[in-house]
Design a protein. Sequence first.
Length: 261
Amino acid sequence: MTGVFRLASLPIATKPLVSLRDVRVVLGGQPILRGVTANIAPGRITALIGLNGSGKTTLLRTLVNEYPHTGTIEFHCGHDHSQPYPEAIGYVPQRLTLDARLPLTVRDFLALTLSRRPLFLGISRATAEKSRRILERVGAADCLDVPVEGLSGGQLQRVLLALALEPQPELLLLDEPAAGIDFRDQRKFYDLIATINRETKVTVLMVSHDLNMVRTYAHEVMCLRHGAIQCQGAPEEVLTPTNLALVFGAEMQTLGAQYRD
Ligand SMILES: Nc1ncnc2c1ncn2[C@@H]1O[C@H](COP(=O)(O)OP(=O)(O)O)[C@@H](O)[C@H]1O
Ligand SMILES: [Mg+2]
């Protein structure tokens, strides 16, 4: 087991949006995060990679305060705010816990989520307008009258992304956002994330298993191994044969052949 290391060329010029120091999480009596220390750069797309079970989802859920942790998580947000905590964190989970068999249209689903008004009172004009607007932003306006169960993987992810972007978050957490999407639509989805990042400057932390997409879209890569950061840096510094062998095992080494150690 090699120790945690940071790559040489990584002085972060601006203050990180989030800094984690020795973050530890125990679930079911098992240490899951074992001292995560990392900085998440503001306004950039950071990809979080690592084997299944390495703690990626646990790390995202810890950032939205769902799991108790030790160590420190500091947010350095741009707004004037008494709490050093983001106004909003958008979160698209790895799996939809909503029962997709619910006989709801996307219009109903958004109305339920965006307003406190019971659905039997009907959808207010303001909520209907907001639903249409947030779907348009992610190129899914045509989904409004589709039953949730009838959405394709790509459409469902766009609807969930639309919700995660309302209200405008400072940090957007995406847990394997393209996992349920047809191969040919995956690139379009990542293009959408890149556009949103560029236009709104939202900081994105995204779990992905697709190293080609990570190379194309991420500005930074963080590798988790056994609940700790193995390495962090620009894709060309991190996705090298040696690092990939350390993070994923020797059989993944060839995927890093594009970059030199
Ligand atoms: N609520 C929980 N209770 C106990 N163990 C958990 C819980 N959630 C996750 N784990 C365990 O934590 C480890 C990391 O899980 P997870 O964060 O989902 O990994 P990843 O997203 O990298 O695949 C796994 O071994 C998983 O079984
Ligand atoms: Mg996961």
